[in-house]
Design a protein around this ligand. Structure first.
Ligand code: EPU
Length: 409
């Protein structure tokens, strides 16, 4: 049972995009509330390798300055560390007329193509080619990108961010049709506007961008991480505990709050604060993992852990990624009654889980087994926790402060 209060850190997927946005100006960009997770460290190393200054300052502050950027190719060993790294392409291409990178890395949660990013650049006049293992994008005669109507075949989150960052420094007007509406995309757009960009339609599926000649520095606060907040809410609900989740981005958690209430959790939502208390009798609920404002795919695996403790049969459909089911085998090792077919899972509960030796197979699959371990009988050993460190700041410490018996070996 978890009890107490936890403060949510800055959002990984907002911080990573905001760090790439610093490439759009020669002036200082100051980010606050930047989470100390390995993904922000790796991206910092990547930006430094291009010639940018990336300085971590106390209290979650980060200063970035891209005036000295003179390398336009991402080193492969850094780009393959995480998916967001590919978002250096839009800003580099727009400002310098050239950018090259290997395909990005990240979790093995599906095919994760980048066609949406590349066709967006092409629509704005870039010539994109594949040279050995790298994608190269360049503007004709190193000129500027030209505003265009860009249709996204899928409302990709990082694709929208990448194309939007390219469009702000292009000439003329760009319309991004079928844009992603995720809060991290919206926050990036607001930050770009603070840097002098002209973006409207923020939060809609149709983003309008009027290109500007140059962008200036700005200060931006990284929004709290909705996935971390959601993970703690699920943990509180499934352990029958009571947790005050401070600095929670409540307005963007509707889908999760709704499902947790249907499952029997008691939730009081205040401004920037969620009070979550687990019900004694959790009930099965079915859900689909969807683009925002649907229930986030990043909360699919943690929710599945909760549903092992709910009575009845829950059906989960994953509608964003084609390989989000890695956690299923690990939960089964702990005694869960869960089967998956394709991108769906059926969970029967409640089951008495038992401790086991399991692996964190990706960041959210890792969160799923960790939550299951909180209610399992006996100790659980989780290998490959570096995946958790990619996306959750001091997760072990935060859980320990709420009363969980957890140590890092
Ligand atoms: N897709 C395409 N073509 C593309 C790009 C994506 O078909 O060019 C498809 C993908 O195959 C996938 C779907 O679109 O099926 C969603 O991918 P998207 O591009 O939206 O995801 P992403 O930008 O790679 C971000 C987050 C993920 C989060 C997803 C969905 C970052 C760095 N990552 O990924 O976060 O799950 O959006 O919300 O912003 C995580 O934090 O653990 C994580 C994986």
């Amino acid at each position: 049972m978890l009890r107490g209060a936890v403060r949510i850190s800055g959002a990984k997927n907002h911080a990573l995009a905001a760090m790439c946005a610093a490439l759009l100006t020669d002036e200082d960009v100051i980010l606050t509330n930047v989470p100390e997770i390995s993904d922000t460290e790796t991206l910092g190393d990547l930006l430094r390798s291009l010639g940018a200054v990336v300085e971590r300052q106390p209290g979650g502050r980060m200063r970035l300055n891209a005036a000295g950027v003179n390398v336009f190719e991402a080193p492969t060993e850094l780009i393959t560390e995480n998916r967001a790294s590919f978002q250096i392409m839009g800003p580099l291409l727009a400002r310098h007329g050239y950018a090259a990178s290997a395909p990005p890395g990240g979790d093995v949660i599906g095919q994760r193509p980048i066609d949406v990013h590349l066709s967006g650049f092409e629509a704005m006049g870039a010539i994109v080619s594949r040279q050995n293992e790298r994608f190269v994008a360049e503007t004709p005669r190193n000129g500027r990108l030209k505003g265009a109507r860009v249709f996204m075949d899928y409302p990709s989150v990082s694709g929208t961010q990448n194309v939007m960052m390219a469009a702000v420094a292009a000439t003329g007007h760009t319309t991004i049709v079928n844009a992603a509406t995720e809060p991290e995309v919206q926050e990036l757009a607001h930050m770009l506007n603070a840097m002098g960009a002209m973006i409207s339609g923020i939060g809609s599926q149709m983003i309008e961008v009027t290109g500007v000649n140059s962008l200036r520095g700005a200060t931006a606060r990284i929004m709290p991480d909705r996935i971390e907040a959601g993970t703690f809410a699920i943990a509180a609900a499934m352990t029958g505990g009571q947790v005050e989740i401070q600095d929670a981005p409540v307005p963007v958690l509707d889908a999760l709050i709704n499902k947790l209430r249907l499952a029997g959790a008691r939730i009081e939502a205040g401004e920037g604060c969620l009070l979550v208390a687990g019900g004694n009798d959790l009930r099965a609920v079915s859900f689909q993992a969807l683009p925002y404002p649907g229930l986030a795919t990043d909360l699919h695996a943690p929710m599945a852990a909760l549903l092992t403790q709910a009575s009845g049969v829950s059906i989960i459909h994953e509608r964003v990624f084609d390989n989000r089911m890695l956690y299923v085998g690990e939960l089964r090792k702990m005694g869960a009654e869960i089967v998956s077919t394709g991108s769906s899972a059926i969970v029967s509960g409640p089951t008495r889980l038992h401790g086991a030796h399991v692996r964190a197979l990706d960041v959210r699959a890792g969160a799923s087994v960790l939550l299951a371990a909180l209610v399992a009988q006996g100790p659980t050993v989780i290998d490959d926790v570096y995946h958790l460190d990619r996306g959750y700041e001091r997760l072990d410490e935060k859980l320990r402060a709420l009363g969980a018996g957890i140590e890092r070996a």
